[in-house]
Design a binder for this molecule. Structure first.
Ligand code: FA5
Length: 352
């Protein structure tokens, strides 16, 4: 070189081309190593000490005449490194994405984790089945409160004040006039009060008695009440309806028998038995060798009850019945202890 090198080119003792070459080589070596694109960007373009940044700063010291050439060379270096860094960054982002996709890969062909699907409690199954049988005969469902007055639970059902059924030994009293209903029969009264005949209703619900828990008793259990009232209902309708229902629920082979009984609100009254479903009436341990099992209480509505609800007993007749849902479920599913229904033991419940 004939001319002495300009100030800028001599600065630091290196020629500009050499400096650029060195920076470029160092960048190439670095970019093949383990440094991340971010680290490279800091090293070459860091705001204070980036190698390219320093070269740009040095340009300010270059005499104006030499600036265009020097500036062009440094700018080309800057553009080249930036382009390479952009490429590296894009590569590393797509590599990170690929790694993430691989790590989080979902095999959509794998079967999902199925949640176990629950089902109705056996007492609910029995209640629904009984409701279905009666609704197929034109009955509808009525509801009533579990906390009742003595009027609806007893008096309007023809159970007067000193009747033994009112005994506090049997009934959970809340006050002198309020109690937990001991049967679903009060719903009969409530429905007859609000509706004129013809009536065909069933009333499922919880009832409460001061019975000690054992294999066949619980202090809280469920009943279904039935009531039909019309102008010409007879004992034949009563027998036929219950026979139809019991055969539909248990089996067409089931025999049904009516035994005289007593309820204050029906006259005549009957206990209804079915032929033992375990021994087909031959006699076994469950039916205590009698061949029969008692399943419900029933009767023709006592005219005294009609008077409480302002129905004309000369014009209307009716029949009513009441059954224990647990008892029906025990017979249907051969369960020998009522307490199983309340224990929420999945090993028991999963069988239904
Ligand atoms: C009654 O409760 C009458 N209200 C039924 C009735 C209605 C008769 C309409 C006439 C006309 P009883 O007390 O027998 O009747 O009860 C009916 C059923 O409830 C019984 O057959 C039995 O299956 C069930 N039951 C009675 N006490 C308990 C108890 N502690 N635990 C479980 N089930 C019971």
């Amino acid at each position: 070189m004939g001319r002495s090198a300009p100030f800028f080119l001599r600065h630091g003792g290196d020629m500009l081309e050499e400096k650029i070459k060195r920076v470029l080589e160092e960048f190439r070596t670095d970019s093949k190593g383990t440094a991340s694109p971010q680290e490279l960007r800091n090293k070459y373009f860091g705001r204070k000490n980036g190698m390219v940044t320093l070269l740009m700063k040095e340009l300010q010291l270059v005499p104006p005449a030499e600036k265009p050439v020097a500036g062009k060379q440094v700018n080309e270096l800057k553009l080249a490194l930036e382009a390479e860094l952009d490429g590296l960054e894009a590569g590393s982002a797509s590599q990170a994405l690929a790694e993430r996709l691989q790590a989080e890969r979902v095999d959509v062909t794998l079967p999902g984790n199925r949640r176990p699907i629950g089902h109705s409690h056996p007492l609910t199954l029995v209640r629904s089945e009984i409701e279905d049988i009666f609704s197929s005969m034109g009955y509808w469902v009525e509801d009533g409160p579990e906390i009742e007055t003595t009027f609806y639970n007893f008096e309007a059902l023809n159970i007067p004040e000193h009747h033994p059924a009112r005994d506090s030994q049997d009934t959970f009293y809340i006050s002198d006039t309020l109690l937990l209903r001991t049967h679903t029969s009060p719903v009969q009264i409530r429905t007859m009060q609000k509706q004129r005949p013809p009536l065909r209703i069933i009333c499922p619900g919880k009832v409460y008695r001061r019975d000690n828990p054992d294999a066949t008793h619980s202090p809280a259990f469920q009943q279904i009440e039935g009531l039909a009232v019309d102008e010409s209902l007879t004992f034949r309708d009563f027998k036929g309806t219950l026979e139809y229902f019991l055969k539909a629920f248990f089996s067409q082979k089931t025999k049904v028998r009516f035994r005289p009984s007593y309820f204050a609100f029906t006259e005549p009254s009957a206990e209804v038995d079915i032929s033992c479903i375990f021994c087909a009436g031959v006699g076994c341990r469950v039916c205590k060798t009698s061949g029969w099992i008692e399943v419900l209480g029933a009767g023709m509505v006592d005219p005294a009850v009609f008077r409480y609800v302002d129905y004309d007993p000369e014009k209307y007749t009716g029949f009513a019945f009441g059954l224990g849902i647990e008892r029906f479920a025990m017979l249907k599913y051969s369960v020998n202890n009522i307490q199983y229904f309340y224990e929420s033991d999945l090993r028991f419940l999963e069988q239904f």
